[in-house]
Write a protein that binds this ligand. Structure first.
Ligand SMILES: *Cc1c(COP(=O)(O)O)cnc(C)c1O
Ligand SMILES: [Zn+2]
Length: 449
């Protein structure tokens, strides 16, 4: 049995499986508290017969919904009418083949692609999700919204909220936010509340605040956000001439992306639009490696939706007992209780996924390489190249496989990490400014041609 519309919400817990129409904003199953999924009755949707049919939308790019890198794939996320759809031109991203970065990761020439999500309007991939989630917010008539954020969610929420006339409040942890991101939420006009605590504390508070005040929640608990983020995979496929890569490499924070990507591929396969589902590598920072620990050491799996909750409960109880707070320079993934954990486990199963953690030293070196030879990225994005290097050394990823790494955020998001790396000569690839006297001859001597 499934709801009669084109799309509906369904609890991911197989023992519950409750279904709801898309006209409600709930964010967790009201019956059992589990995550909700958006499901489609595909026979009610006119999905193109092949993915390359979407290329025709480029001819109409003067129309905002055809220009949007999310909505030009709208049949694949068909949960609301066009009149509610929100777009500010998200998803004009680049899939760059990069041999110099490939060499660093020991991947063969021509095989590594970098998906630059930092080119989105607010400078991170979050905009893909917000285009979808704010459309749902308009559809349900929400007037006010809120989110907890390590920074990029708040920047994106603030931008989309004012662009479509919804009020917003963003909750950030104290002291841990990169300045580029904080500056955006203030500049875009969000009410910014800085809580004495870390991201996980903010996440708990915002859920209660939203319930009490009836605010529309924009964290990746929101299943509509993940529908928008599926488009990142559609654009990678598009960038590869409508073919799938062998591997997707993605940072793991709250695990919204990894969850969305697995769902995207599952649906494309189900629809007969792709032949093969790529494998996925999800990369944590060692200072925030809950997923890595749970999957690789505690052997936690999706298990047809019957995830062993006691493993998770014990793990979190131990974090609490130790008063554990995650720590990494990659602030966007400094999260120890990822809200989409179970959906991510499902993606790992769908994509035969692997999980690894990389150190801050590896992250900043990889980031410097992406800066030197590519378009740059923020620290959290660089875990992909650091993780890829590990997986190549282990030969889990082959040197001749075709790999797409998702670079989630723009380099200017977190200039402090970059400046410290170079000025304080923290890593292998530092490029510090050279001090020179105010004297022509002395300056000329310093210049290496
Ligand atoms: C939010 C964010 C992440 C983490 O993504 P999840 O979907 O929460 O795992 C990674 N990188 C950047 C730049 C981000 O803003
Ligand atoms: Zn349920």
């Amino acid at each position: 049995m499934s709801m009669t519309g084109a799309a509906y919400q369904k609890c991911i817990n197989p023992d519950c499986g409750a279904e709801f129409d898309c006209g409600q904003a709930m964010f967790k199953c009201p019956q059992c508290g589990e995550l909700l999924d958006i499901r489609y009755n595909w026979d009610k949707i006119e999905v193109p017969g092949k993915l390359s049919d979407f290329a025709k939308r480029w001819a109409n790019k003067d129309r905002p919904l055809d220009f949007s890198g999310v909505w030009r794939f709208r049949e694949l996320l068909s949960f609301c009418e066009d009149k509610y759809k929100v777009t500010i031109g998200e998803g004009q991203t680049i899939l760059q083949q990069n041999d110099a970065v490939a060499e660093y990761a020991e991947v063969n020439p021509g095989r590594l692609y970098l998906q630059y999500e930092g080119l989105n309007p607010s400078g991170s991939f979050k905009d893909n999700g917000m285009a979808a989630a704010f459309s749902h917010a308009k559809m349900v008539g929400a007037a006010s919204s809120a989110c907890a954020s390590t920074g990029n969610t708040s920047a994106s929420v603030a931008l989309y909220a004012h662009s479509c006339g919804v009020k917003c409040t963003v909750f950030i942890g104290s002291g841990r936010i990169a300045f580029g991101k904080l500056s955006q939420s203030m500049d875009y006009g969000a009410q910014t509340i800085q809580i004495l605590g870390d991201f996980d504390d903010c996440m708990r508070q915002v859920q209660d605040v939203c319930t009490k005040l009836g605010l529309y929640l924009l964290n990746s608990l929101n299943p509509f956000r993940l529908e928008g983020q599926k488009a990142i995979m559609y654009r990678i496929i598009e960038g590869l001439g409508w073919t799938t890569p062998d591997w997707i490499v993605v940072p793991g924070g709250n695990l919204g992306n990894s969850s969305a990507f697995g769902k995207a591929f599952y649906e494309l396969k189900q629809l007969g639009l792709i032949e093969r589902i790529p494998r996925m590598a999800i990369i944590n920072a060692t200072g925030a490696d809950t997923l890595t620990d749970l999957v690789n050491n505690k052997k936690l799996t999706w298990n047809d939706g019957k995830v062993d909750q006691t493993i998770i409960d014990e793990y979190y109880a131990d974090l609490t007992a130790r008063n554990f707070s995650p720590h990494t320079c990659a602030s966007a993934i400094e999260i120890s209780r990822p809200v989409n954990l179970k959906k991510c486990l499902r993606s790992i199963e769908i994509c035969d996924g692997v999980v690894r953690a990389v150190t801050d030293e590896e992250i900043v070196d990889a980031k410097a390489i992406i800066g030197k030879y590519g378009l740059g990225c923020e620290p959290a994005s660089a875990v992909t190249i650091a993780g890829l290097k590990h997986l190549r050394a282990e030969n889990i990823i082959g040197g001749d496989e075709r790999i797409a790494c998702v670079l989630t955020g723009h380099p200017l998001k977190d200039p402090n990490v970059t400046v410290n790396y170079h000025k304080e000569k923290q890593g292998q690839f530092n490029n510090p400014p050279i001090e020179a006297p105010n004297d022509l001859d002395a300056i000329i001597k310093l210049i290496k041609n």
